[in-house]
Design a protein around this ligand. Structure first.
Ligand SMILES: Cc1cc2nc3c(=O)[nH]c(=O)nc-3n(C[C@H](O)[C@H](O)[C@H](O)COP(=O)(O)O)c2cc1C
Length: 364
């Protein structure tokens, strides 16, 4: 008969899951298959008379009272496994060097041991002046995560803001997932009342609808990250994990819902039209042109997860190279539409074509 030592401890199970959460996106293709962000349907208007000099373009942005050198957040990803330390170390060095924001991955694992807590806190050591965002799951809130524990997670990285991520699709397909969302909104409201740092609510790649955005605004959140579909598919990641677990039901659901969600451009447009809150656009954003498009659609900031992970896993040099390339693409777009700063870019004209134009009329 097996005794307790034959079973992996909670810590080992979580470390393994967090490791797979990095390795699978890096080694298997878990991007959207047949759906897209719809950002290809947003066309910015070329300005043949920009009347600005490229090297005078200012891409800095103020968001939640913090000054960013660019409207970019390295979206919430990892921590809780030794493999995350190197990734978070490189990402935070880049956040500090380029004046970007950075989200950490779900931090419950960091409460389990000091070894795991350091996989997150490395970010603050490397990025003393950056806007760092702590991360907890909505599902954990509904299970009764204590305010004291949330405070520890915030202190772990001396966070400037706290993200609550909503991931009902992932919980549904994850082999050990707990699709329990009853009471999450009232917990979010409690958190907004109990903490004095900004509370941001985000999806993880299935998007936020106008109905959800309005509820979040009423609950008192400070900002929303719409994290729409068209980029990394968490149904895809969990489907591949379900294959290893030989869980036929989850494999089926993962395949069926691989592309599920509200495409990023659509989610951003409908949320922008329904609430006044500052917004972060993310989900499948892959270059500076797409960042510019999201700003014109009403985003205050843009988040990218997978591209930063991909380059962070290679080297600090390649991560810096990718970041520089993205900033050049953003500035180039601003030159071509004649916007000398982000405020002007946010007011520049765009047209909507294709599938996005067809579906837009149903939601706006
Ligand atoms: C490796 C990896 C780990 C992630 N872990 C988290 C997480 O712990 N918490 C969270 O809120 N989002 C997490 N996400 C979701 C991202 O923040 C983002 O919403 C999503 O991946 C869509 O962005 P992308 O298409 O640029 O990857 C993770 C994404 C990746 C790629």
């Amino acid at each position: 008969m097996p005794d307790e030592s034959d079973f992996p401890s909670d810590v080992e199970v979580i470390k393994q899951r967090k490791k797979e959460g990095i390795i699978i996106p890096l080694t298997r293709n878990v991007q959207a298959k047949e759906s897209s962000t719809y950002l290809e349907d947003v066309k910015l208007i070329h300005n043949a008379l920009p009347e600005i000099d490229y090297d005078k373009i200012d891409i800095s942005q103020k968001f939640l009272n913090h000054n960013f050198s660019a409207p970019i957040i390295i979206d919430s990803m990892t921590g809780g496994t030794p493999e995350a330390t190197k990734i978070n170390s490189r990402l935070s060095l880049v956040a500090e060097k380029f004046g970007l924001g950075m989200g950490l991955g779900s931090q419950r694992a960091g409460l389990l041991s000091s070894e795991l807590s350091e996989t997150y806190s490395i970010a603050r050591s490397n990025a003393p002046s950056s806007f760092l965002v702590a991360n907890i799951g909505g599902a954990q809130l509904s299970k009764g995560l204590k305010i004291q524990d949330i405070k520890k997670m915030i202190d772990m990285i001396e966070a400037n803001a706290l993200v609550v991520h909503l991931n009902p699709l992932q919980e549904l397909i994850q082999p050990e997932g707990e699709p329990k969302y009853k009471g999450v909104l009232s917990k979010i409201k409690d958190i907004c009342e109990n903490f004095d740092i900004p509370i941001i609510v985000k999806e993880v790649g299935a998007g936020i609808s106008m109905e959800v955005a309005k509820k979040l605004e009423s609950a008192g959140v400070s900002a929303i990250n719409i994290a729409g579909s068209g980029g990394t598919s968490w149904a895809g990641v969990e489907k591949l994990r379900a294959e290893t677990a030989h869980d036929a039901d989850k494999i089926n659901l993962g395949e069926l819902f691989w592309d599920w969600g509200i495409p990023t451009a659509l989610s951003l447009m409908e949320v922008r039209n329904s609430v006044k809150l500052p917004l972060i656009a993310s989900g499948g954003i892959r270059n500076g042109l797409e960042i510019a498009k999201c700003i014109t659609l009403g985003a205050n900031m843009c988040g990218m997860a997978f591209p930063f992970l991909k380059y962070a896993s290679k080297s600090l040099e390649s991560l810096c190279g990718f970041t520089n390339k993205t900033l050049t693409e953003l500035k180039s777009t601003m030159f071509l539409v004649g916007s000398k700063n982000i405020a002007e870019l946010s007011k520049s004209r765009f047209i909507v074509t294709g599938e996005l134009a067809k579906v837009k009329k149903w939601i706006l």
